[in-house]
Design a protein around this ligand. Sequence first.
Ligand SMILES: Cc1ncc(COP(=O)(O)O)c(C=O)c1O
Length: 394
Amino acid sequence: MSELNLRAEELDAADGLAPLRSRFVLDDVVYLDGNSLGALPAHVPDRLADVVRREWGELRIRSWEESGWWTAPERIGERIAPLVGAAPGQVVVGDSTSVNVFKAVVAAARMAGEDRTEILVDATTFPTDGYVAESAARLTGRTLRAVTPARVPDALGPRTAAVLLNHVDYRTGRLHDLPSLTAAIHAAGALAVWDLCHSAGALPVGLDEHGVDLAVGCTYKYLNGGPGSPAFLYVRRAAQSRFDSPLPGWNSHADPFGMSPSYDPAPGAVRGRVGTPDILSMLALEAALDVWEGVQVGAVRAKSLALTDFFLECVAEYAGDRVESVTPVAHEERGSQVSLRCEDAGEVMKKLIAAGVVGDFRPPDVLRFGFTPLYTSFADAERAARVLATVLRG
Ligand SMILES: Cc1ncc(COP(=O)(O)O)c(C=O)c1O
């Protein structure tokens, strides 16, 4: 057994989160794609079968009230809130991240006022945010400028209405400095909108602590909600009364069953709702969140950094001359993934998957490996690096 194998065994034995692994459906594959689609928590299928058979099949329409379907968006929002550092009453679940980016950016532009004519967007963003921000700018009569997060402080000015940034870069795994960027945005009198898709459930976010105005995030990555599970939207309490949704559906009405022809927005986070929630996905997510009971995000972060440190060490030892990491070494700049650049990355990833190590490929040359501390082990990290080296040697 190699020295790194032994170290992996010791690290797994000392890992306080290791018992959680048995709560997920995993096979003998090394699954390092939880930053794209989280693994299935083992109890979710039974819960979902109950929702379908009993709540839908037997109770039918009664379930909107008796099974708590109607209030699921805000109830599940309250389960996510502590994971992103939000006090109650500020998070609602529903729609996709793309749709919530639209709500957040348009609402932020409207809150900023007419004299603020420019929206800034992360130039390295996941594409959907850029497309939606462009449309939001056009609809609200603003211009859109793409800048890298590092250049945001220089780009801010009296014309800036809002800034849309990613907490963790989906391609490189770089963690951006949310506290200082938010402070700079506020100093310029603008609103900060953060996309937390790659940080929610992976590291502490501190939305309230850092004064973030609006935030959105996926639930099917580190929160394991299932394919296409609904996203979340955070609207800071102080901004809620000014949150003027561009999608004011009946679910966000103060009296939704009053069926009034005029719109009167509900108070609080409910204002972020639109139409009838997708109950099956939503309740799968709610069940999936059970695995977080008693888990501290700080412990998740500590394990995530230990896992990615260890993986980088194994890669350097086994395959150091054939790949280059594009993920920052500094802990304060690293999310919960490692991205490696190499030649023929698309082909390399296909071979890795065939050999039982599942990551993913992002064009043109990036291999992505997501580390999900609730179920990834140090032995997984060592094996992934070893198999990678074998594949790279051809
Ligand atoms: C950073 C980021 N933003 C937005 C999205 C889009 O999410 P959705 O397709 O659920 O709207 C993704 C999806 O992976 C993402 O990674």
